[in-house]
Ligand binder design. Sequence first.
Ligand code: IPE
Ligand code: IPE
Ligand code: MG
Length: 245
Amino acid sequence: MNLQNQIDLTNVPQHIAIIMDGNGRWAKKQGQERLYGHSFGVDSVRAALTACKNIGVKYTTMYAFSTENWSRPQDEVEGLMNLLVYTIANEVNELNAQNVKLLSIGNTIGLPEDCQNELYNAIESTKNNTGIHLVIALNYSSRWEITEAVKELAEQVKNGSLNLSDLTPELISQTLSTRNIPDPELLIRTSGEHRLSNFLLWQAAYSEFHFTSVLWPDFREDDLYKAVLDYQSRERRFGMVSEQL
Ligand code: IPE
Ligand code: IPE
Ligand code: MG
């Protein structure tokens, strides 16, 4: 039974957000260090991206490093940053070959300089691509992002360029780092955890959640298709009742 063929291509989410979780537990199961799991997680990113592309998803946001992840042991943080630098540098040709446009959200200026350089290079190099947008959330947290937006808007009110009465949910959306990116209709978290961990709190207001026990390094195309099929089985009511839809 081919899962991809079961997907209704007229009802595919425009934007799928993914909390990639379970690398450490996956490595432990193999009797390996946590970083071993992180490096295998890169194959899963490729698989998820390919699956999204295959069914016509326009945006996928992947949570790669949270502001809270700095609290991990120093060798893990360093290993993750090195992996990021290496992976971004290594994948940029492939991203271009696949017409992928890379974007990032999060406090990127807080990343090590080599990581920033590779990231900005890759974003610049893929900026004219017209296919799927791959948004990586790096040194990201929703509360950080919302706080930054509040500061920016407060400053505008203070200097008189914004009236308080013009402060709307739409304006707040347009002030977040996800401005111009539609809200995710579907949010996936792997590894059996059921929480947002400070990810897209504002943008996920009406997202459908799909939780799977699959550990991120095991995640493949079919797992993405399963999530989309689950999404397609939901009735999205947006506060209304069934009969109104
Ligand atoms: C997700 O896997 C990757 C990052 C948070 C960077 P984890 O490293 O959180 O793996 P577990 O949850 O400990 O298994
Ligand atoms: C969330 O995963 C962050 C990323 C996937 C990058 P964590 O594994 O860090 O989340 P918690 O701490 O268990 O909630
Ligand atoms: Mg985790």
